[in-house]
Design a protein around this ligand. Structure first.
Ligand code: SF4
Length: 294
């Protein structure tokens, strides 16, 4: 994201009658630290409350971590959120997560240090903390039942990404009919947590790969929503959920449901969208790279 886009995004946030709290996240926002620092400065200037979220992947050196956290605090940042879970430990050696937590406590204190989720601090240290831990290790060491508890229940996974495909064998799967009565009004129209990406996509809630509009035209998006005007797939999901999308995908795009079923409604949704992005032409299925990495 360019500095100009970042300023534009922070201005866009001010459209809401009461500007929401902003979190700078990624990917990994520390990959481009000068931009992150500038973002915090600009948010503070606008009176926007903000925090920074990190995977700690960059935390290889105590001095550097302390230096960056201190620079952010001096710019006005009050809190840092450090992601801590088996899904992060799959890519980030836990020693880096622990280093980030220690430095954050020193610089921001316990009130400004959010570990998400603290329950996993112990669990990620069961394995070699200097290396990433493959997700398969939990099942190998603890068995399927305990792996399900650790990976699925402990984190409260939303199945709108890789989880249904990679970890679906650990939980019960249900046929498409089981999702017939589940719409997505709450998740799309009343999300408490949304994302603006560098391409201009406004992603509601945790519905990755589903762009409900451009945040560069936020006033228009809000006006359209108030008037009940939505992109086609978004409208179907609001009104009838992924089961509604199934009708469209089967009727017009030759979608075949998975014979083994789905772990949740978001798994069904992402499987349908993964198909539609290949065979249809839907501008709301963005960013495309989301679908390339599932
Ligand atoms: S089913 Fe799709 S639209 Fe509904 S909440 Fe899940 S990912 Fe979002």
């Amino acid at each position: 994201m360019s500095v100009e886009s970042l300023s534009e995004a922070l201005d866009a946030v001010m459209v809401w009658p009461r500007p929401p709290q902003v979190h700078f996240t990624g990917g990994e926002p520390f990959l481009h630290f000068p931009l992150l620092l500038e973002g915090v400065r600009q948010a503070v200037e606008r009176g926007i409350s903000c925090y920074v979220e990190t995977s700690a992947s960059w935390c290889t050196d105590d001095g550097e971590v302390g230096h960056r956290f201190t620079a952010l605090r001096e710019a006005g940042l009050q809190a840092v959120l450090i992601s801590c879970s088996p899904f992060h430990a799959e890519k980030v050696p836990p020693v880096r997560t622990l280093r980030a937590v220690d430095a954050a406590l020193e610089v921001f204190g316990s009130r400004g240090t959010i570990v998400y989720l603290p329950e996993y601090l112990k669990i990620i240290q069961i394995f070699d903390i200097d290396r990433p831990t493959p997700l398969s290790s939990y099942e190998e060491i603890f068995g399927a039942e305990e792996a399900r508890r650790i990976l699925w229940q402990g984190y409260g996974i939303i199945s709108g990404g890789r989880s249904g495909y990679q970890l679906g064998h650990l939980v019960p799967r249900r046929p498409v009919e089981a999702f017939a009565d589940m719409d997505c009004t709450g998740e799309i129209l009343y999300a408490h947590h949304s994302h603006f990406d560098l391409y201009g996509n406004y992603i509601s809630g945790f519905c990755g790969g589903l762009m409900i509009g451009s945040w560069r035209e936020l006033t228009k998006v809000l006006d359209d929503f108030r008037a009940g005007r939505y992109p086609q797939l978004v409208e179907v999901l609001i009104e009838r959920g992924p089961y509604g999308l199934l009708g469209l995908a089967q009727g017009e795009f030759d979608y075949q449901p998975l014979s083994e079923g789905y772990v949740g409604k978001c798994h069904l949704c992402v499987d349908l969208r993964r198909h539609l992005v290949e065979v249809g032409d839907f501008a709301e299925l963005e960013p495309r790279s989301f679908y390339q990495h599932i």
